[in-house]
Design a protein. Structure first.
Length: 102
């Protein structure tokens, strides 16, 4: 199982990406965490932005297609989309993720 971390510029965009991922069974669920302030270097300048964190849970086999979907729908030139392995957790929940992404 994989935990996909994405930063998005608005709640509306995060919700659209999350809903599409769940509808296409590329993710079992999407969590939106608004109110994040990001500081980063972009094109040689230090930038600050209000963002929304989008967390998606999926199977390892779905990560490639999920990254493609996020890149397709995302408004950023270079969106943050990273996959982190889920090492352990509630077995029933992990099984549910597998069922929802089949």
């Amino acid at each position: 199982m994989e935990f996909i971390y994405v930063t998005v510029g608005s709640e509306e965009e995060a919700a659209a990406i999350g809903r599409a991922a769940v509808e296409k069974r590329l993710a079992a669920c999407a969590n939106l965490l608004p109110g994040v302030r990001s500081i980063y270097r972009w094109r040689g300048a230090i930038e600050e932005a209000e963002e929304v964190i989008l967390i998606l849970k999926t199977r390892e086999e779905r990560v490639g297609r999920l990254v493609d979907l996020v890149r397709e729908m995302h408004s950023y030139d270079c969106p943050c989309v990273v996959a982190l392995p889920i090492a352990a957790g509630n077995p029933d929940y992990l099984q549910w993720i597998g069922q929802q992404t089949t």
